[in-house]
Ligand binder design. Structure first.
Ligand SMILES: [Zn+2]
Length: 132
């Protein structure tokens, strides 16, 4: 059986090819994919070509999000298009700086502002405590 010669991600992709293969996959799957963000992103990257033109992969929420006209996506969109073997970015790099939907981009900006405010607050407290 061809399933046994494939890694788990390839097995999942093959199972999505048709209902019969999905049934076979349910019977032969030897282990479960660990639920890390990297594994999920790797799987979604394989399905990217199957999605309709109205959907884009968001590396923040790890979902295909419908393109919306109300806002600008964040992150580096070109990261997903680099397909050359030597220039293909790592999954970690795509997770960290890949494209973000409008909501994720907004959340990233808010978190960055909060982190900056925390640093300024800590500096202020340090100055008060140590007089520097
Ligand atoms: Zn998102």
């Amino acid at each position: 059986m061809v399933f046994k010669h494939l890694n788990y991600l390839d097995q999942v992709c093959l199972a999505y090819a048709c209902k019969q293969l999905a049934v076979v996959f349910e019977h032969v799957k030897p282990h479960k994919l660990s639920g890390t963000k990297a594994n999920r992103l790797e799987l979604l990257l394989r399905f990217r070509g199957w999605m309709g033109p109205g959907y884009k992969l968001c590396c923040g929420c790890l979902m295909f999000v419908k393109k919306a006209a109300n806002g600008q996506w964040g992150g580096d969109v070109k990261l997903l298009d680099a397909q050359a073997p030597g220039k293909k970015p790592s999954i970690k790099k795509i997770l960290d700086s890949g494209p973000r939907c409008v909501d994720c981009a907004r959340r990233d900006r808010i978190n960055a502002l909060k982190a900056r405010a925390d640093v300024q607050s800590m500096k202020r407290k340090f100055r008060l405590a140590f007089g520097r």
